[in-house]
Write a protein that binds this ligand. Structure first.
Ligand code: G3H
Ligand code: 13P
Ligand code: ZN
Ligand code: NA
Length: 280
């Protein structure tokens, strides 16, 4: 694309906002993300993630997103979300614009070694790498946060030794939305990680996080937010509202899901400060 994924995130860092990175699940949700970016005039990362890969396959998901992007005229990176070691190389071969290698489950030294190798290969193809340090728990009302948080000294060493472009950190976020009030983000931890790493930070699990906390996280160094659950729920609400009226056409339901997901995505883009920031 004319504007590279690195340039998109560095522009967000320079401009004091965060880019939204959202997961697609089928053609209609892909279209919703693309249309929201066009309507909000926002930069966006289109993510292929954990749910779609076993369902459709990495290559098919990639071809679908590339097709929808090409016919939309939007310029946006196609990004692999939470890639395994094997998936990141397949994604590079397929033509992905940006990848996340998630070695967060590995012991620190193994994560460093694997990420470093991924970075060497990806960079030789001009592809930036996001990696994860610390771990992001699934939504629950009882989380042992200390066991998940990114450690500042490890972040320092990790970025210096691997050469990653963006670092996903754990600072009080969870994948999904908890039933009870979420714990506030560890803003001071984010600031300390920013000060030692000097790379744009990524916060996963942005669904369920209040807008004022997202703003504080951005001021502390986060310039890419991943969100999925809130948008998926918007799509599902559209389907449910149509089917609540009886045995309606799938197309009618999916069109309403898409409409509601566009609204929800534009709202996230405004909360992230990304609306009106597209450079195209
Ligand atoms: O395209 C890249 C290669 O498949 C990388 O394989 O994991 O042995 O470096 P590797
Ligand atoms: P949420 O579902 O909590 O928005 O998290 C999405 C995410 O982090 C995808 O990588
Ligand atoms: Zn995630
Ligand atoms: Na979340």
């Amino acid at each position: 694309s004319a504007v590279t994924p690195r340039e998109i995130v560095l522009a967000a860092q320079a401009g004091g906002y965060a880019v939204g990175a959202f997961n697609m699940h089928n053609p209609e949700t892909t279209q919703a993300l693309i249309q929201a970016a066009q309507l909000a005039e926002a930069p966006v990362f289109l993510q292929i993630g954990r749910a779609i890969v076993p369902h459709l396959g990495l290559a098919e998901a990639y071809r679908m997103v590339r097709h929808e992007l090409d016919r939309s005229g939007l310029q946006a990176p196609i990004h692999l979300d939470h890639g395994t070691y094997d998936e990141v190389f397949e994604a590079i071969r397929l033509g992905f614009d940006s990848i996340m290698f998630d070695g967060s489950h590995m012991p620190f030294e193994e994560n460093v070694a694997a990420t470093k190798h991924v970075v060497t290969v990806a960079h030789s193809f001009g592809i930036p790498v996001e990696a994860e340090l610390g771990s992001i728990p699934d939504a629950s009302d009882s989380i042992d946060w200390e066991s998940h948080y990114t450690k500042v000294d490890e972040a320092d060493r990790f970025v210096a030794e691997t050469g990653v472009d963006f670092l996903a950190i754990s600072a009080g976020v969870m994948h999904g939305v908890p039933d009870l009030e979420p714990k506030p983000l560890a803003i001071e931890l984010i600031e300390r990680i920013r000060d030692v790493t000097n790379v744009p930070l990524v916060l996963h699990g942005a669904s369920g996080v209040p807008a004022d906390e997202l703003r504080q996280a951005t001021a502390a160094g986060v310039h890419k937010f991943n969100a999925d659950t809130d948008l998926r729920h918007a799509f599902r609400r559209g389907l449910e509202q149509v089917f609540a009226q009886g045995d309606r056409q799938l197309e009618e339901a999916m069109a309403e899901g898409r409409r509601q997901m566009i609204e929800a995505t534009m709202e996230k883009m405004r909360e992230f400060g990304a609306a009106g920031r597209a450079r195209r």
